[in-house]
Design a protein around this ligand. Structure first.
Ligand code: HEC
Length: 176
């Protein structure tokens, strides 16, 4: 904009009708250029900000499970491949977890989906470790009051669900 102003000033100071018209055209041209450059720079900056936010939000919500110590991560689920454990875990989930994580573990207002790749690809031991320790400062309670077998049943159930986008089942209208 400064450029446009000084260009028109020097052009008008030369005097003459033709030069005046030319200066007017130049001024309009430079102003348009200035606006488009400003818009381009602004949109680039804005989209960068959005990317940064999306990335940090994604990594922070599931960052805790990545911190499980190796010893905890390698613990085997004693109920691996046990369908009764999945059924028991489903009941426990409805009782203790659904209010925050949603009925199908797809996430709710209070807590993130447990069907995300970050959780589904974590080792059963890491999920068990999260249940035992919670993420208290971020609103995930400690579940060490549940006996160990029940915590493993919950792990069995969560792992049986598999990866799903949080925009599926819970958001769809329920069948009558
Ligand atoms: C009071 C609400 C609440 C309840 C009840 C709850 N959670 Fe959570 N949970 C959260 C929140 C909030 C987070 C996200 C914590 C964070 O930001 O790391 C979370 C995170 C998790 C995670 C991911 C850990 C991570 O990296 O953040 C797992 C796994 C989990 N919950 C399992 C469960 C299970 C299983 C139950 C039931 C026994 C349960 N939660 C009950 C609020 C809840």
């Amino acid at each position: 904009m400064k450029l446009a102003a000084s260009a028109s000033e020097s052009a008008t100071s030369l005097g003459g009708a033709d030069e005046g018209a030319w200066a007017e055209q130049m001024k309009a041209c430079l102003a348009a250029l200035g606006i488009s450059v400003t818009l381009t720079v602004w949109s680039a900056v804005a989209s960068q900000d959005v990317d940064k936010f999306a990335k940090s939000a994604k990594s922070s919500v599931y960052s805790e499970i990545e911190k499980a110590p190796e010893k905890a991560r390698l613990k085997r689920n004693p109920f691996e491949q046990n369908p009764d454990a999945v059924a028991a875990g489903k009941n426990l989930f409805a009782q203790h977890c659904a209010e925050c994580h949603g009925e199908s573990a797809l996430g709710g207002k209070k807590a993130p989906s447990l069907r995300a790749v970050e959780i589904q690809s974590a080792s059963p031991g890491a999920v068990f470790w999260i249940l035992t320790n919670g993420v208290v400062r971020r609103g995930m309670p400690v579940w060490s009051k549940l006996p160990e077998p029940q915590r493993w049943q919950l792990v069995s159930y969560i792992k049986s669900l598999g990866v799903a986008s949080s925009q599926t089942a819970d958001d769809l209208p329920k069948k009558p």
